[in-house]
Every structure is written in C-alpha cells, then in structure tokens.
Write a protein that binds this ligand. Structure first.
Ligand SMILES: Cc1cc2nc3c(=O)[nH]c(=O)nc-3n(C[C@H](O)[C@H](O)[C@H](O)COP(=O)(O)OP(=O)(O)OC[C@H]3O[C@@H](n4cnc5c(N)ncnc54)[C@H](O)[C@@H]3O)c2cc1C
Length: 396
C-alpha cells in the first residue's frame, strides 16, 4: 500500500505506540496517536532493552540519547537467594553489542518514554493527542474510525491498538480477555545508589532465585539509581496496577531469610514508595487483525516479565508492522504478513517467560543448582532471542 496517502491511527502512546508512530512517520505514513492519559509519562521503574529492540532505536535516531540516560550492565548474574552463589552469568555490555550489533540498555521508563515522545513530535509536532480514551472502532471497506469516550470519531485507513493489557481495540477484535492470576505479585521500587556503600553489587545486574520468589536488581541513569523488582507467590488476588502501594513491612517480611544485599536494598527504600502489582496471564490469540485494525505489544500478547521482553516485543512489532504496511499491496495482505511473521516468535517469548517462573522459583537449593547447571542461558538467549533484528529479518 502507498505510504503517502495512508493515515494510520494508533490507540495508546506507551512504549509500543510511540515506537510504531516513529517508525511509521519515518516510512512516510501520516500518523495520529490517541492516548487516554491527560499527560505523557511513565511510571518510576526500570526497563531493559536488548539488541532485538535497540536496533529499532538506532533506526529511529534515538540510540545515542538513550545511551546517555541508560546504564550498560557488564553482566547479569543469576544468584542463589540466601548465599548469593552465582549459578549462571549472561555477558552483556561490549559482548552483547559485539555479538548483536546493538547495545543492551537498562533505562528508567520515564526517560525512555520521554525520548521516544520527543522523537515522534520532532517528526510530526501534533501527532499525539492526550486525554483521548478509545472505547472501540467501526470499519468499512474504505475507512476505519476510532471511537473515543467523549463521542469523537477519528477516521483513518488503518487502526493500531497499542493500548496495553486492558486494550479496548483487542476487546473488539478478539472479545474480552479474561486474566488468569499467576499467583505472583511483583514489588517494584527504585533507590538512589548514594544510599549504599561504594561499588554496591559492583554495578552488576542480578536475578536472585529462591523458593516461591525471585528478585531482579539493576542500575539506571548511568548507575545513579538502583531498580528492584521482586516477584513473590501470593494466594490472595490483587489488582493488576502499577500504582498500588503496599506497606514496606510486608516487603521486608516477604524476603525474610534472603541475602544481606537484598535486605540492604529493602532497608534503603523509601517506606511509602513500595508498589506491588499482580502478574496475570492471558489466553494467546491466533489472530490480531480485522480488515483495518490490528494490535501490537501487550494488547496482542501480554507476557510475564521473566525474560524482560514485553516492551521489546512491542518495539519489534512496531518495526515489522511498518515494514509489512510498506511492502504489501493491501492492508489485508500487510496484516497477514505482519502477524504471520510475529505470532510464532511472540508465542515463544511468552511461553519461555512463563517457564522461567518454574525455574526461578524451584523449592530447594539442590533443585535450583541442578536446574541451572543444565542450562547455558548466555548461548540460548543469544542464539534466538537477542539475535533477531526486526528491521532486516526476512518477512515470509
Ligand atoms: C514488573 C515488570 C517488569 C518489566 N520489565 C520489562 C523489561 O525489562 N523489558 C521489557 O521489554 N519489558 C518489560 N516489561 C513489560 C513491559 O512493561 C510491557 O510489555 C510494555 O510496557 C508494553 O508496552 P505497550 O506499549 O504494549 O503497552 P503499555 O506500556 O501498557 O502502553 C499502553 C498505552 O496505552 C494507553 N491506553 C490504555 N488504554 C487506552 C485506551 N482505551 N485509549 C487510549 N489509550 C489507552 C495507556 O495509558 C498507555 O500509555 C515489564 C513488565 C513488568 C510488569
């Protein structure tokens, strides 16, 4: 389809929606993004992006700006929850970039989001519309219209639902998605590193594994801020929301018996800034599209964060969908090309992230040691996960 005469509407200005807007504008499409929030922003937590996503950031022209605000970890170590014994090492920093041609970045979400939004607005100043909540869409042979909660009807040629796990666009394409609670809740907090002893954790990222729980620790903003996400099994149902605070003492009690470094982080945290969110799984979809609407990111394939690939998949989707819209002769062909090339990979990522839950939470130290001894995660992830380049992969 021709790019110059096609107008693309995107619902959602999250990391996926903004990446799609940038890629599509660069490819010559006209783009309008409708975001429910009254202001642009992201929550105060970290996000990791591996080469399969950072290739796209270079393409968008924001890689240097992201490097400036990111932290490039030397390694990620998998460590035992109590002794800190190292079970596996993923080599990152120069190794990751040398192997895959793009860096592994750990960033504050707000920095990543701001830099993407600024890039989109540099490409088209008035592309992003705030306070615009999508409730559904209508489509005909010639148009699609995004319906907003205030009664507005926004017409275009193509609609992309980038509106996250509670996607209104997905609801209309695939029916209501019923979340299934995994039994895991994720604590999140950030702590300035000047609250720790010098060279705390030697600047390494780490994933601490133990019975029923694991904790992920990494640095942001050139190493000035520490990001802590801790997933713990919890019977009671809680809400899937990034902004629900819980008492600090519950976090402290959850990690009773864990290594002193984990307690150093918990002790250094602001007592009233401990957030906890429920991790759900959703049934996989085998179709993401109607004749003029399709989905990207969490709206298409929500995942557990246990491979750190949810946002990376949204970025990959954005790049592949842009290529498909540019290459195919019709919207329908473009959507088929897009999802044919994305369903298998995203399905595998979601599956392997889920499998990591079992691995990370094994019940005994012996079982954890034995399971990690059988793996070579550095090679496994390099072979298929990080080696993928959505800008150059053959579309078949
Ligand atoms: C604990 C945790 C850690 C994670 N760590 C990583 C990581 O290290 N690396 C990684 O790649 N991924 C990670 N993820 C996953 C990642 O956060 C998500 O996969 C990613 O944010 C999905 O991006 P998205 O743009 O599809 O959706 P979202 O980020 O959810 O964005 C959706 C946007 O749409 C807007 N919206 C919603 N509904 C509407 C509507 N009706 N109308 C208009 N706008 C709407 C929202 O306000 C939002 O701006 C993690 C997730 C969790 C829970």
């Amino acid at each position: 389809m021709g790019s110059n005469d096609a107008k693309i509407i995107i619902a959602g200005a999250g990391l996926g929606g903004l990446t799609a807007a940038g890629c599509l504008l660069l490819a010559g499409f006209d783009v309008e993004v409708y975001e429910q929030a009254p202001e642009l922003g992201e929550i105060g937590a970290g996000v990791q992006q591996s080469a399969n996503a950072t290739h796209v950031m270079r393409h968008l022209g924001v890689l240097d700006a992201l490097r400036d605000v990111a932290y490039l970890p030397p390694v990620t170590e998998f460590r035992l929850f109590d002794s800190g014994e190292v079970l596996q090492v993923l080599s990152l920093a120069e190794n990751h970039e040398a192997r895959h041609g793009a860096p592994y970045l750990q960033m504050h979400r707000a920095d990543f989001h701001r830099i993407l939004a600024e890039r989109v607005m540099a490409l088209k100043a008035d592309a992003i519309h705030l306070g615009a909540t999508a409730v559904g869409f209508e489509e005909s042979a010639s148009h699609v219209a995004l319906l907003l909660s205030d009664g507005r009807r926004i017409e275009g040629d193509v609609l992309i639902g980038a509106d996250g796990i509670k996607s209104a666009v997905r609801r209309q394409i695939a029916g209501p998605a019923t979340p299934d609670y995994t039994g895991d809740a994720a604590w999140r907090l950030t702590v300035p590193v000047d609250r720790f002893a010098a060279d705390f954790m030697e600047g390494k990222s780490s994933i601490w594994v133990g019975p029923d729980k694991h904790a992920v620790v990494y640095f942001l903003r050139g190493g000035a801020l520490l990001n802590f996400v801790a997933c713990t099994e919890l019977d009671e149902w809680i809400e899937e929301s990034w902004t629900l605070k819980r008492p600090w003492r519950e976090l402290k009690a959850d990690f009773d018996g864990w290594h002193e470094d984990i307690h150093a982080i918990i002790d250094a945290a602001d007592r009233d800034e401990c957030y906890r969110w429920a991790l759900n799984v959703y049934p996989a979809l085998d179709n993401w599209s109607t004749s003029r609407a399709t989905l990207i990111g969490d709206a298409a394939h929500p995942t557990l964060p246990y491979l750190a690939q949810g946002a990376a998949m949204a970025v990959e989707d954005a790049a592949v969908l842009t290529r498909a819209l540019g290459e195919a002769s019709s919207i329908d062909d473009a959507f088929q090309l897009y999802q044919r090339n994305r369903l298998e990979r995203t399905g595998r990522i979601v599956r392997e992230a889920y499998e990591n839950r079992g691995l990370f939470h094994l019940e005994t130290i012996e079982a954890l040691r034995a399971a990690f001894a059988k793996r070579d995660m550095d090679r496994e992830r390099s072979d298929w996960l990080y080696a993928y380049n959505p800008l150059t992969v053959d579309l078949v």
